[in-house]
Design a binder for this molecule. Structure first.
Ligand code: CP
Ligand code: NVA
Length: 328
């Protein structure tokens, strides 16, 4: 069965830990995993990386990551293909799956990704949708592990637009990693009931927990990890002026950081807007780990690409056992 990574729930807690272990190993030996190069005499694997929205980190980390694995990254920028305006998702992926080995897609509606996966015999990876950003969360959790030594039992507080893709992914991926996830935002900008219920259900299996609140102070109190994101996500540009005031109490600044745990670290998926959701002093200060977090996109995405191919039985050549992933 082909495995896809469309939401953070697509990995069980054990699978998420396995992917993070692999990401750490790949980080320690950047050029040691050539699993997209193919055995001697066979072709390398191609990954189509499609963007309906703009990107810096996702584009560069997937392109570099596929190259590190010995594969061939094919970047398709917004407006460059027939997808969405001249050709349906289903017809597009019916063609792509004949030519490439994985499809990575940054788009708007989550339903499009679900439709693509339905018609695809190769793994489909969500590179950000309006609802989730699961690749970012793998990088964030790897960063938490590096700085705190673990994820389980830690408290993560996300402040700001608690109805956006990052908030949803913090909830789902955070509890999958056994964390206590608190999300705080203004009324009208809190996560939907379905996501909260799914996070609570998964938390029961991992020992994590969920708090959804309008109180920034309640979320911040003693937290081990602070996280925020832009107040205006891609596609919401028309709402920019209405949002600035309502989100102001949820900014992560020096006063907010002072109420977290003494060794707290600060995450931001970037791009960041200094003086809005995060102060310059915090993002450029000693507790910020945002550059490690950005780098970890590379390692985490190499790991999830390899893992999905392996779990789908697509790394093995006919007649050969599934490769372990390590260089001989
Ligand atoms: N964090 C993130 O996904 O960055 P880009 O939008 O630059 O890809
Ligand atoms: N919530 C932001 C994340 C950017 C990486 C957006 O969707 O624009």
């Amino acid at each position: 069965m082909t495995r896809h990574f469309l939401t953070d729930l697509d990995l069980s807690p054990a699978e998420q830990a396995e992917v993070l272990d692999l990401a750490a190993a790949m980080k320690a030996d950047r050029y040691g995993y050539r699993t997209y190069a193919g055995p001697q005499g066979t072709g390398s694997k191609t990954v189509a990386i499609i963007f309906d929205k703009t990107s810096t980190r996702t584009r560069v980390s997937f392109a570099a990551g596929v190259a590190d694995l010995g594969g061939n990254p094919l970047i398709i920028n917004p407006g460059e293909s027939q997808l969405g305006h001249k050709e349906s998702v289903a017809d597009t992926v019916r063609v792509l799956e004949r030519m490439v080995h994985t499809v990575v897609w940054r788009t708007y509606a989550q339903a499009g990704l679900a439709e693509m996966a339905r018609y695809s015999s190769v793994p489909v990876i969500n590179a950000l949708s309006d609802d989730y950003h699961p690749c970012q969360l793998l990088a964030d959790l790897l960063t938490v592990r590096e700085h705190h030594g673990r994820t389980a039992g830690l408290t993560l507080a996300y402040l700001g637009d608690a109805a956006n893709n990052m908030a949803n992914s913090y909830l789902l991926a955070g509890v999958t990693a056994g964390m206590h996830v608190r999300v705080a935002g203004p009324d009208g900008f809190l996560p939907g009931e379905t996501v909260v219920a799914a996070a609570r259900e998964r938390a029961q299996a991992t020992g994590g927990s969920v708090l959804v609140t309008t109180s920034a102070a309640d979320a911040l109190d003693g937290a081990d990890v602070l996280a925020t994101d832009t107040w205006v996500s891609m596609g919401q540009e028309d709402e920019k002026s209405d949002r600035a005031e309502v989100f102001r109490p949820y900014a992560i600044d020096e006063a907010a950081l002072a109420t977290a745990a003494p060794g707290a670290i600060v995450l931001h998926c970037l791009p960041a807007y200094r003086g809005q959701e995060i102060s310059a002093g915090v993002i450029d200060g000693p507790q910020s780990v945002v550059w490690d977090e950005a780098e970890n996109r590379l390692h985490a995405q190499k790991a999830i690409m390899h893992w999905l191919m392996d779990a789908s039985g697509l790394l093995a050549e006919p007649g050969e056992p599934s490769p372990s992933g390590r260089r001989a």
